[in-house]
Design a protein around this ligand. Structure first.
Ligand code: ADP
Ligand code: ZN
Length: 608
């Protein structure tokens, strides 16, 4: 068969009009036999970079993907498009595996998904050698990097593919792009002679919001009820126990939520993950064990109740929101204890001094980000080496610029209170002393006789907490989480104590204002579907999509994305030709569902 043109494949099979960003260039490079590393943000359209080439030529693209559990979804999504895709994994029976191998050898597959451990299976490489393999696609390629945060020893085996079949081009793809990880991927996969494609990392549809914790559960609930009612979302927590507690609590509050962490039995994990993918509007409360390879496009919010350990981790986790390009929220709540907790984990982590120092730097960058007063997106992008001139207008600091003030004096005061009280008390006591409280402990310790006693009366408890938190984030105060949260001086505090270094602090937002910010935004589909009739059509299409998904045992978004349904509901095409102009309506989808979609629209038009 003659080669097909990439743009034709894009239009006919995927129903999209144009390539995005560097897709076209990457695809041309791969089709010409080149190797490449592709760095693109989540939702940027990495998969298309190997799916389209796989359909342009005869033969098969082999896709290495980290999670067996999710391969099936990718295979199903491909089949919905009429693509001949299969997976090979240990969960299949021997006979099933044989059947797939036969089709592969007969040249009847466009895409074959395997986990990295398969490469080691007896006879696998020999079998591949006899098959018409045209491309190796290595998804989530950062898993080969020990420096990255998802290291998977099995990924090291990927290098063997190239040793065994050096003429097959390789395409490694990842959303993690810091320099050390990138370098390690190139080294370990021996991609030195290939090209590196770095795409813009911006995710303009994600709104970044950061709040200070006062009642984190209530704050989370108000986020969900205020603007994400009925939406699918992911809530990240550090500990397994907390994921379960928060999930249970959300359920009591009427928000359907499921826990997910590595301590759950494998079936429970698989079950919860499946439900999240296949049902609408579920919230998963998870440790970071959840999410890799989750490509549910309509996750509308990602909430962090604990601090991520680096900006990379934060960016990757928040990046799971809004893959469909519709408005989504990345929300994080933090408090001083969190800073101490992260520092403790860091201190305890295994690894040599160099590694610890790097981890420390990463955490500092994260802390700097949460305490910053400027545009959040600018900071994130600049971390990935992208400088941006304008503020984004879609983060909390842009929407409601925080006021900063010269905090040199209060900083000096609180640092000296920590010092004078002996560098072992927690924030509560230090603030009591500053505010001149005469409670039992202050009196017993004689701290009412200290010079700093009562010198901070003019500020509230909340204000002092905010100041301490910022000093901790700046690395001037250490929080001892091994003990009882005792504070001590750290870093280069001398110039501050001496009044030689100016300290800039952000003013506390008014509590009311903070709440208003959360409530102010409507749901994304509301924005697309202002007209009530369009909304009714959308809801009807969604209902039907859910039924179809159930019948076929696939997630609803595999059938149609929300964005596609919203566009249909908005434009209400009355024939197949018109319908095929809508993004996401490829030939196979038109064939399978087109008539039914038109019938639904006609019936509703008549009834209206
Ligand atoms: P990634 O793997 O980079 O996270 P995906 O490949 O899953 O991203 O793509 C994200 C979404 O964008 C998918 O729903 C995909 O179908 C869609 N998409 C990708 N490329 C295009 C394009 N050129 N035009 C329209 N939609 C696209
Ligand atoms: Zn901004």
């Amino acid at each position: 068969m003659a080669d097909r043109n990439p743009l034709d494949v894009l239009k006919q099979t995927f129903g999209y009009d144009a390539f995005r960003g560097q897709q076209q260039e990457i695809i041309a490079h791969v089709l010409a036999g080149g190797d490449a590393l592709v760095l693109m943000p989540t939702g940027g359209g990495k998969s298309l970079c190997y799916q389209v080439p796989a359909l342009c030529k005869d033969g098969t693209a082999l896709v290495i993907s980290p999670l067996i559990a999710l391969m099936q979804d990718q295979v199903m999504a491909m089949r919905q498009l009429g693509v001949r895709a299969e997976a090979l994994n240990s969960a299949m029976t021997f006979a099933e595996q044989r059947a797939v191998e036969r089709r592969l050898l007969a040249g009847e597959l466009d895409l074959l998904y395997v986990a990295p451990e398969r490469i080691n299976a007896a006879g696998f490489l020999d079998m591949l050698d006899r098959a018409p393999i045209r491309l190796f696609a290595i998804d989530e390629a950062h898993c080969v990097s020990q420096w990255g945060h998802d290291f998977r020893p099995d990924y090291l085996e990927v290098a063997r593919l190239h040793e065994a079949m050096p003429h097959v081009p390789r395409l490694a793809l990842t959303a993690t792009a810091d320099k050390p990880t990138r370098k390690e991927i190139v080294e370990r996969l021996d991609l030195g002679s290939g090209r590196v494609f770095v795409s813009g990392f911006d995710r303009p549809n994600i709104r970044y919001l950061i709040q200070v914790k006062n009642n984190p559960r209530r704050q989370l609930l108000s986020l969900i009820e205020g603007k994400h009612k009925g939406d699918a979302g992911i809530v990240y927590c550090l500990s397994r126990r907390r994921t379960e507690e928060i999930a249970a609590w959300l359920n009591e509050q009427g928000v359907q939520a499921l826990p997910y962490h590595a301590g759950l039995p494998a079936e429970a994990r698989a079950h919860n993950q499946r439900r999240f993918l296949q049902e609408e509007g579920l919230v998963v409360v998870a440790t970071i064990a959840f999410g890799m390879g989750i490509d549910k496009p309509n996750v509308r919010f990602v909430a962090h109740l604990d601090l991520p350990k680096s900006i990379e981790a934060y960016y990757q986790e928040t990046g799971r929101a809004g893959r469909d390009g519709l408005p989504a929220t990345a929300w994080l709540a933090h408090g001083m204890e969190d800073i101490g907790k992260m520092q403790m984990l860091l201190a305890r982590s295994e690894g040599n001094e160099r590694q610890k120092r790097l981890e420390r730097q990463k955490l500092d960058a994260m802390l700097g980000y949460i305490e910053s007063t400027g545009c959040r997106r600018k900071i994130l992008l600049s971390y990935f080496g992208e400088e941006r001139a304008e503020d984004c207008g879609n983060c909390d600091n842009c929407l409601q610029p925080p006021k900063v003030f010269d905090g040199t004096e209060p900083a000096r005061l609180v640092l000296s209170a920590i010092y004078r009280t002996g560098q072992r008390f927690g924030a509560g006591h230090v603030i009591d002393v500053l505010r001149g409280q005469d409670n039992e402990r202050v009196m017993r310790l004689g701290h009412d006789r200290l010079q700093v006693y009562g010198m901070g009366r003019d500020r509230s408890l909340r204000e002092w907490r905010a100041i301490l938190r910022q000093l901790a984030a700046m690395g001037l105060v250490h929080v001892d989480m091994e003990g009882h949260g005792g504070l001590s001086l750290a870093g280069d505090v001398r110039p501050v104590l001496k009044g030689e270094r100016r300290v800039e602090l952000r003013e506390l937002p008014k509590e009311r204002a903070e709440r208003g910010r959360v409530a102010e935004r409507k749901r994304s589909t509301d924005e697309m579907l202002g007209d009530p009739f369009a909304r009714a059509v959308f809801e009807r299409l969604r209902e039907r999509r859910l039924e179809l998904a159930r019948e076929q045992g696939v997630p609803p978004y595999v059938i149609f994305h929300d964005a596609t349904l919203a566009a249909i509901a908005e434009r209400r095409p009355t024939d197949l030709a018109e319908l095929s102009l809508i993004s996401g309506m490829g030939a196979t989808k038109i064939e399978r569902y087109g008539a039914e979609v038109i019938a639904i629209i006609e019936a509703m038009n008549e009834a209206a």
